[in-house]
Design a protein around this ligand. Structure first.
Ligand code: DAK
Length: 257
């Protein structure tokens, strides 16, 4: 991979955006590499959690403005469709995805972080949707995801002004779950990913699938899915093991799915 670095330890994968000279700006090739990585079934089967982060001073400073400068309207639409499909692959990745926002997360970069299940921020991170300053609008599903995360009024202020906010402000509005000093960001995110890797992998995958339905379905549809899943999970060996381990006062040893 030219734009991505991947490594894994004990079921926790880390995918690093690696084009620091361009602040990891999202170009077509990088999006295609992400799509390839995210659809690899072997990788999906072996991981328990996936961390996304950036090399250098940016997480991702947005879509590649230089590449976009040469696009026709139809190429821009194709680019937006590719970006949207990659964001959906992150959102629906079968295991939790945590964005470790190490620096600038702007435009398409914030949209990547918003597609993750949740994000932690370095105290140095900066967030924003500056598309309007370029005469554009957010193109990778960010308006909806940001509205779901921080509410309508805050999203509108950020989209209409294009301004950047700090990590502390991101924490205050519920965009980031935690702020860490820069040197401790990866340790904090890894500790949470490792905690996820300890619990039942089957239950986590099922919970993620259910949580992904919540914003789009009505309460009754979600409740129906929940009780169906809740019933089915009782036939899974991991629920039997988890409950037995609690009663026998021992650590669960999760059988393979
Ligand atoms: N694209 C391409 N190159 C970028 C870039 C970007 N988004 N951001 C930074 N770079 C490049 C810079 O051009 C510079 O390259 P050289 O000049 O060295 O060749 C290098 O990265 C270092 O950047 P700076 O020298 O500017 O670094 P500073 O620390 O001074 O400033 C900055 C950092 C993040 C404040 C600044 O680089 C900046 O403002 N960058 C642009 C941020 C931005 O506006 N991002 C939003 C991009 S728009 C759509 C599809 C998609 C989208 C919209 C619509 N449809 C088709 C509907 C998505 C849009 C976006 O994401």
């Amino acid at each position: 991979m030219k734009y991505l670095i991947f490594n894994e330890q004990d079921g926790v994968g880390t995918l690093t955006f690696n084009n620091p000279a361009a602040l990891n700006a999202l170009n077509t090739d990088m999006l295609q590499e992400m799509r390839e990585f995210l659809t690899d079934p072997a990788q999906q089967a072996s991981l328990r959690a996936l961390i996304l982060t950036g090399e250098g001073k940016a997480f991702i400073a947005g879509a590649d403005i230089k590449e976009m400068s040469a696009m026709t309207p139809s190429q821009a639409k194709t680019f937006s469709m590719l970006g949207n499909s990659v964001m959906n692959l992150i959102q629906h990745y079968p295991v939790p995805v945590i964005a470790a926002v190490n620096g600038f997360a702007l435009g398409g970069g914030l949209e990547v972080a918003l597609s993750a299940d949740f994000m932690y921020a370095s105290a140095k991170a900066k967030f924003g949707l500056p598309e309007v300053t370029l005469g554009l609008i957010p193109g990778f599903g960010g308006t909806k995801r940001l509205t779901q995360r921080v509410g309508t009024a805050m999203t509108r202020e950020l989209v209409y002004t294009g301004k950047m906010i700090t990590a502390d402000e991101a924490l205050r509005i519920g965009l980031a779950n935690q702020v860490a000093v820069p040197e401790e960001l990866m340790a904090a995110v890894t500790a949470t990913a490792q905690a996820i890797a300890q619990v039942s992998p089957h239950a986590v995958r099922e919970a993620k699938e259910l949580l992904n339905q919540c914003p789009d379905e009505n309460a009754w549809a979600v409740a129906t899915m929940e009780y169906n899943k809740f019933g089915l999970i009782f036939s899974h060996p991991q629920s039997k093991e988890g409950i037995a381990a609690f009663i026998e006062k021992r650590k669960a040893d999760w059988p393979a799915e």
